[in-house]
Design a protein around this ligand. Structure first.
Ligand code: NAG
Length: 213
């Protein structure tokens, strides 16, 4: 009986890990890039099992308006292979970390014609069944209109605030200057009045002398 249990557990332990379970693969949904820039397309997966040493990632690319996908990248047995055909043969770099279930790639120097769908497939043996996940890449020549509008609005607000600050500054200066001016004017006026009184002062005694003469 004990030997049967032992045998059964050995058989079970031997069999269960060999049963393959589905894995779930994730990429983004859509990525936007500017012509000439680099973009990272990430790919990861969920699996109930430990990450296998034989984990594999593969990426394919289907240009917009094309029916066929081409293989652009493959990672297997610890080695990354960039396909030596296709538009990304010298613009693709593996930036993932397979031990952390990360199969991300970096596309460099984006071209206006790179629009298309990138599909990532991953396997974590013995879990090899999973639906590949796709991400759409849109390459823009300039800043997209929405971003442009937002940028414009921000610049507008900042400029408006600057103008307001300058206006307030000059208004304050004007007010302060006017107050100082009016003060100096009134002081000056008093002095003038005093001066005129002083000037007028000596005159009256002269008049009587004139009268005397
Ligand atoms: C790529 O997609 C963007 C956004 O839809 C579009 O503006 C651009 O014209 C497309 N490029 C090509 C070559 O079709």
């Amino acid at each position: 009986m004990l030997t049967f249990l032992a045998l059964a557990s050995v058989v079970l332990l031997g069999i269960v890990p060999e049963q393959s379970q589905a894995i779930v693969i994730y990429t983004g949904w859509e990525r936007h890039g500017l012509v000439g820039s680099d973009i990272r397309l990430s790919c990861s997966f969920f699996s109930w099992r430990w990450t296998s040493e034989d984990v594999t990632f593969s990426w394919t690319y289907r240009p917009d308006g094309s029916r066929d996908s081409i293989s652009i990248f493959h990672y297997t047995s610890g080695v990354a292979y960039v396909d030596n055909k296709g538009p990304f043969r010298d613009r693709l770099e593996f930036v993932g970390n397979p031990g952390r279930r990360d199969g991300s790639i970096l596309l460099k120097n984006l071209d206006f014609n790179d629009n298309g769908t990138f599909t990532c497939d991953a396997k974590n043996p013995p879990d090899i069944v999973g639906r590949p996940s796709s991400v759409r890449l849109l390459v823009f020549e300039k800043v997209p209109i929405q971003a442009g509008v937002i940028t414009g609005a921000i610049i507008g607000v900042v400029l408006g605030l600057l103008v307001l600050i300058v206006v307030i500054y000059y208004l304050m200066r004007f007010l302060v200057a006017r107050r100082v001016f009016s003060l100096s004017v009134s002081k000056h006026g008093k002095k003038k009045k005093e001066g005129s009184q002083q000037r007028q002062g000596p005159v009256p005694p002269a008049e009587p002398s004139k009268i005397k003469v």
